[in-house]
Design a protein around this ligand. Structure first.
Ligand SMILES: [Cu+2]
Length: 385
């Protein structure tokens, strides 16, 4: 049975479930979709990133406590809460001179890279520029269809010449990635109307991703497109994308830069820092959501009664089992009602929240150690005036 037929069967099943249970299923936009090419200009930029820009524990509304100070307090032997990182950032055109403005509804994205969007049938082209001064980076996508010159990962794959140019783009270099959005890249029979895939640098995968080079691709079903220009699904009112990860700054490319620059700025002597010291290592494990710790993530605003699609991903190592948990409202997670979902390194998932409970509410990773280490934020459900 073809994927299209499987989806038809799934739609029929969903319709039957709706009839018997009264719940609503994803709606068709009712308009035929004409595939298009979507172009992005994304650079790997080296920036100083502040994990807690408010300088306080915003989740609890108080100064950092002793648990928090382990990670965020700068000192002569501690880097603190600001680290040099490499982040994907979107520009307006291939001159890479003007950063693209981030809409208010996406301020929560933080350190997570630009959202690359497509609809089934589309072509996505990404002009990539590596603005690093010392390190080779790339963009390796998940889910979409690529040829060897757009895979973004160096290994013994029998390629040479131009087919290797995408693998690790040298400092100052550029590369154009072209990806096809086939039906296998879009929502499957049990998925909602849009799904998330990861993209990340894969030149040296652990060092690149802990430096910060991670983003999401969101693909919308061609039969359920709302705004065709934005490639958004018709049946949701808002979207939130969250990366849960313990950024291990000890294995980022920039550990030595951070020791030199930040320890010096904090009044210490970089020569006295032992990168193997257990307490120093612990202080550089940043348990974050989209690059924010202790509730510093900008608070997503959701309309009461509206449908919000939450996209989740994670990255990292054995400690990176994350269980995003929401207070006060529940989520439809592939047909199961939950208030806690699960993500593992490089996995993606999505769940829909139809809000029925107004107020400012907490969400956090429910892993004990991650709670103490600051992996929480807030969202607000706002009633219409
Ligand atoms: Cu966690």
């Amino acid at each position: 049975m073809s994927t299209r037929n499987l989806r038809s069967v799934a739609a029929l099943c969903l319709a039957l479930v709706s009839l018997t249970s009264g719940c609503s299923s994803s709606e068709d936009s009712g308009r035929p979709y004409t595939p298009r090419t979507r172009t992005y200009y994304i650079a790997a930029d080296e920036v100083d990133w502040d994990y807690a820009p408010s300088g306080m524990d915003r989740l609890m509304g108080m100064p950092f406590d002793a648990d928090a100070l382990v990670f965020v307090e700068p000192g002569p032997e501690r880097i603190g809460r600001v680290y040099k990182k490499a982040l994907y950032r979107e520009y307006t055109d291939e001159t890479f001179t003007q950063l693209k403005e981030i809409p208010a509804a996406w301020q929560h994205r933080g350190a997570l890279g630009p959202i690359i969007r497509g609809v089934v049938g589309d072509t996505i082209e990404v002009f990539f520029k590596n603005n690093s001064t010392d390190y080779s980076y790339a963009i390796h996508p998940h889910g979409v269809l690529y040829k060897k010159d757009s895979e973004g990962a160096p290994y013994n794959d029998g390629t040479t010449g131009a087919d290797r140019a995408d693998d690790d783009v040298a400092p100052g270099g550029t590369h154009k990635y072209v990806w096809q959005v086939e039906e296998r890249s879009g929502p499957g029979p049990l998925d909602p109307s849009s799904v998330a895939w990861l993209y990340h640098s894969h030149a040296d995968e652990p060092a690149d991703t802990n430096a910060g080079l991670i983003g999401l691709i969101i693909i919308t079903d061609d039969e359920k497109v709302g705004d065709a220009d934005l490639a958004t699904p018709a049946d949701v009112d808002s979207e939130v994308a969250l990366l849960f990860t313990v950024f291990d700054e000890n294995i980022s490319w920039y550990l030595q830069d951070n020791i030199q620059e930040k320890i010096t700025a904090n009044g210490g002597d970089p020569a006295t820092i032992d990168p193997g010291n257990e307490d120093f290592i612990e202080s550089n494990l940043m348990h974050n959501i989209n690059g924010f710790v202790y509730g510093n993530l900008p608070v997503p605003q959701l309309a009461l009664g509206g449908r919000t699609r939450w996209y989740f991903t994670a990255m990292g190592t054995e400690v990176d089992i994350h269980t995003p948990h929401f207070h006060a409202n529940t989520l439809d997670w592939h047909g199961n009602m939950v208030d806690t979902v699960e993500v593992f390194p490089a996995s993606t998932t999505q769940a829909d929240m139809v809000t029925d409970n107004p107020g400012i509410w907490m969400f956090h990773c429910h892993v004990n150690d991650h709670i103490y280490a600051g992996m929480g934020g807030r969202y607000e459900v706002v009633a219409a005036p």
